[in-house]
Design a protein. Structure first.
Length: 373
């Protein structure tokens, strides 16, 4: 039976960070999230603070330890810097999904647990992913409160003026892993979540003259909408951007989250006005795109795409528009992708890899990554 875990899609994504309040402000100002919930000493939780951020279907949580005794959070941030701790999947039945995942090789992290308060109850369980991350199974059908028990309305009186970004929902979540780990995690995700390998990029498929990587994409077999590319460094003349991530993050973890929009030009315009930094795309890219436009029905004005530096991949079915932020925190690790799929495009921007990686390499040169052999 397909999709036996009865996954209905992504639910929340939680980041462990050095300063949750600052992360909440940044997401509110730069990305136009609403700070919809808060958990901390004022709501009865003594050793951490969390801010619940929402935007259309996006549910993000940013969490910081406020006491070193909260070792789980403090040690994660000390080692990895700010990063994604867990992403979650909505399932019909948490106990059944967890049991099945573990039976199929999932490494249990937290057994199913019911969390309740006066607003009802929700159920959660988690299995391991990569070094220090988790995949959470959640069902919140019987909970009417803000996010989870322990959360309340934000106590801060935060009023932020910002340009609306129109960000919609999580499109895909990407992991970076060490050499020889890609197949291991591909197998793990396919078996435990009943996913399938959808795309594979082998040696030479994704490379510039300096650096290279391997990549596989696993996704839901029927609906569910789960898409998870996994990248591994590959030998090149210089250090791969994946290797740089592993070095800086001190291990394998989540590299980026792609967020969808229905109007990427308006979204990127707003994000830029809000101060978000993006990778730069060379001018020549758009001259080439003008030629491609003749063979594909690209409805966007190429000059508009050039103006906002948006990438357009015409490979395969339909076409997709995308752009990548620079790493959003201090280490060159986690970043966001903004994506719009047109006419059933299913790819991940493989036609853009060359232009994109050359852009990343310019930043790597500035960071001195290429000096280290
Ligand atoms: Fe992506």
């Amino acid at each position: 039976m397909a999709n036996e875990l009865k996954i209905k899609g992504y639910d929340y994504i939680e980041f462990y960070v050095g300063s949750a309040k600052m992360w909440a402000y940044w997401h509110a100002k730069a990305m136009a999230f609403k700070i919809a919930g808060y958990c901390g000493p004022e709501t009865g939780v003594k050793d951490k603070t969390s801010y619940y951020l929402v935007k259309n279907k996006l549910k993000f949580v940013v969490t910081s330890a406020i006491k070193p005794s909260n070792y789980e959070i403090a040690s994660f941030v000390e080692r990895h810097g700010d990063g994604v701790k867990r992403w979650s999947l909505i399932v019909e039945n948490v106990q059944e999904a967890f049991n099945l995942a573990v039976k199929n090789g999932g490494i249990p992290v937290r057994n199913p647990k019911r969390l309740e308060d006066e607003n009802g109850y929700l159920e959660e369980a988690a299995i391991k992913l990569y070094d220090d991350a988790e995949i959470v199974f959640i069902n919140r059908d019987n909970y009417k409160g803000i996010f989870k028990p322990g959360f309340g309305k934000p106590i801060q009186k935060i009023s932020i003026t910002t340009q609306d970004t129109g960000l919609q929902e999580v499109d895909h979540v990407v992991g970076n892993v060490r050499i020889n780990e890609m197949n291991l995690w591909e197998n793990y995700l396919n078996k435990t979540l009943n996913l399938e390998t959808f795309l594979e990029f082998g040696a030479g498929d994704i490379s510039t003259q300096y650096s290279a990587l391997l990549s596989k994409v696993v996704r839901s077999k029927n609906g569910g909408g789960i898409k998870n590319p996994i990248n591994e460094p590959y030998e090149g003349k210089k250090k791969s951007q994946i290797e740089e991530y592993i070095d800086e993050y001190l291990g394998s973890g989540i590299q980026h989250i792609a967020i969808s929009t229905d109007n990427i030009i308006a979204t990127i315009k707003a994000l830029r006005e809000n101060g978000v930094e993006f990778l730069t795309v060379p001018n020549a890219y758009y001259d080439l795109l003008k030629e491609k436009k003749l063979s594909k029905m690209i409805i966007e004005d190429i000059e508009e795409l050039r103006k906002y530096g948006i990438l357009c991949d015409t490979e395969g079915k339909g076409y997709l528009l995308q752009l990548f932020t620079k790493p959003i925190s201090d280490r060159p690790t986690f970043f966001y992708e903004i994506i719009q799929r047109r006419e059933g495009a299913e790819g991940f921007g493989q036609g853009n890899f060359q232009a994109l990686f050359e852009s990343i390499e310019r930043d790597q040169v500035a960071r001195g990554t290429f000096d280290k052999e």
